[in-house]
Design a protein around this ligand. Structure first.
Ligand code: G3P
Length: 215
């Protein structure tokens, strides 16, 4: 399973890259705003800065909601760097844009996916990644992991190559459950990845080994 980090914070991206287990980065307009990145030139430069830190795919989201606008923005983003994946919202115009980008050889991430039907449409349009938001489903008392299971089954039934990128992943159990189901990728804060390191018996065992080594 691939690990992506869901942030536009360069320090965190560098820290995750240095850990040696990072496969890519996802961003969205909210994450860019959180870092105070404003204006077209600064936003484009920031995507390039991210690409220069990581070796894997970097999702950069369009903000247009019409087909022509998405195509215009997506083509500029894809030209920026070979690692850029154009992130497109799951709306009617977005599906048309994903189909267009697929035919042009531009890779896409279909975002804001909350149902199996939406994921099926994204795959049919040729999306490289589909991003079901499991944490936000959990927030409204709907099991986000059930959606990952449904999408996995549908994609396996028909051999769709679209990768399931479990998004809105909030904690280490989300990561483990996604791995059990067979999600291709998880994207989450760095804290959820580093939480996988922790076990009290590891700490107790190490303390004992170090104490015994001094004897
Ligand atoms: O980037 C999309 C998704 O991962 C957002 O997560 O925590 O804002 O629901 P969250």
């Amino acid at each position: 399973m691939k690990f992506f980090i869901d942030t536009a914070n360069l320090a965190q991206i560098k820290e995750a890259q240095d850990l040696g287990v990072l496969d890519g980065v996802t961003t969205n307009p909210s994450l860019m705003a959180k870092e105070g990145i404003k204006g077209q030139d600064n936003i484009l430069k920031h995507y390039v800065d991210i690409c220069n830190i990581v070796t894997g795919d970097v999702s950069a989201e369009v903000i247009s909601t019409d087909f022509e606008g998405m195509v215009r923005e997506g083509e500029i983003l894809a030209e920026l760097h070979s690692q850029i994946v154009v992130k497109v919202p799951m709306i009617k115009e977005g599906i048309k844009a994903i189909k267009y980008f697929t035919e042009k050889g531009i890779r896409t991430n279909c975002t804001l996916v909350f149902s199996a039907g939406q994921a099926l449409l994204a795959a049919k349009a040729g999306a490289t990644y589909v991003s079901p938001f499991i944490g936000r489903l959990d927030d409204v008392s709907t099991d986000g992991l059930n959606l990952i299971e449904d999408i996995r089954q549908i994609y396996d039934n028909y051999g769709y190559e679209t990768q399931i990128l479990a998004a809105s992943v909030r904690h280490p159990m989300h990561i483990i459950d996604c791995a059990k189901i067979g999600a291709d990728v998880v994207t989450c804060p760095l804290s959820a990845i580093t939480a996988l390191l922790k076990h009290p018996l590891t700490d107790i065992g190490l303390a004992q080994f170090l104490a015994d080594a001094k004897k």
